[in-house]
Design a protein around this ligand. Structure first.
Ligand code: AHQ
Length: 238
């Protein structure tokens, strides 16, 4: 089959986001409508921390599989954005401060004390995907960030409005991330359009993005079940 032209390929990728990105997940709706209590917010922060601390590991695995210096020298910035660099404490440090503002200790986050099995499995599947697939499919899986800025902006407004018990100064991650997400997804899209040349590679990139959307939703499925379904049915295992 003929490869898609760039516009059609881009549309195929954007269609995945419109249909499957986690911005529409019921847990995000509860959060953005201010309907989560402090325990549920703390659980979300602790579980999202496991995703965040695995991002630089995933990006380092992608670097190790990419033979192109001109790609690596830009991709490496993602690791620095999360782990910090020079005077910049990095995104993971910002999440630790968010956790403290929400009433979680750094040890709670570092030891994964509140980590739900479904979140662990989804995040570990993301790391293993990037560790085992061609580097360009790892790039394609990161393109969920094409759809992230509006969600993060909505989330920041929701936290400021509905969760004032969290020091607004601890929301620094949500303030800083949208511009980085736009920068990173623009670079990632350019790479996917340039290096997925035949139809099979293009379809694998679309499948990689769908896989990533599904793993983002799987994390929220675990949180929704634990916070909402368990609470209603009175989980005998609690
Ligand atoms: O804070 C997020 C982040 O650092 C990243 C890295 C990127 C990747 O490499 O897969 N994806 C991602 C995302 C972050 N925040 C999520 C959110 O809901 O706030 C969205 C997520 C993404 O869209 O992939």
């Amino acid at each position: 089959m003929q490869p898609w032209e760039s516009d059609e390929f881009t549309e195929q990728l954007r269609q995945v986001g419109r249909q499957h990105y986690h911005d529409k997940h019921p847990f995000h709706r509860l959060m953005n409508e201010g309907r989560l209590d402090r325990e549920q917010i703390r659980l979300w922060v602790a579980n999202r921390f496991y995703y965040q601390k695995n991002i630089p590991i995933k990006d380092a695995l992608l670097l190790a599989r990419c033979p192109l210096r001109e790609v690596r020298r830009r991709w490496v910035q993602r690791i620095l954005d999360h782990d910090g660099w020079g005077d910049d404490p990095g995104g993971i440090e910002k999440w630790l401060r968010l956790g403290e503002a929400a009433g979680l200790s750094r040890e709670d986050l570092a030891t994964d004390r509140l980590l739900l099995p479904g979140v662990r499995f989804a995040v570990d599947a993301y790391v293993q995907f990037v560790a085992s697939r061609p580097w360009i499919e790892g790039v394609a899986s990161s393109l969920t960030e094409l759809f992230a800025p509006p969600l993060m902006t909505e989330r920041l407004a929701a936290f400021e409005k509905h969760y004032p018990w969290i020091d607004p100064g601890a929301l620094a991650y949500f303030r800083s991330r949208p511009s980085l997400a736009a920068r990173d997804s623009e670079h990632g899209l350019a790479l996917v359009l340039a290096y997925c040349r035949n139809r099979e590679e293009q379809e694998r990139a679309v499948a990689a993005l769908r896989f990533k959307c599904d793993l983002l939703c799987a994390q929220l499925d675990a949180l929704y079940y634990h916070c909402v379904v368990n609470a209603e049915v009175g989980d005998p295992f609690l």
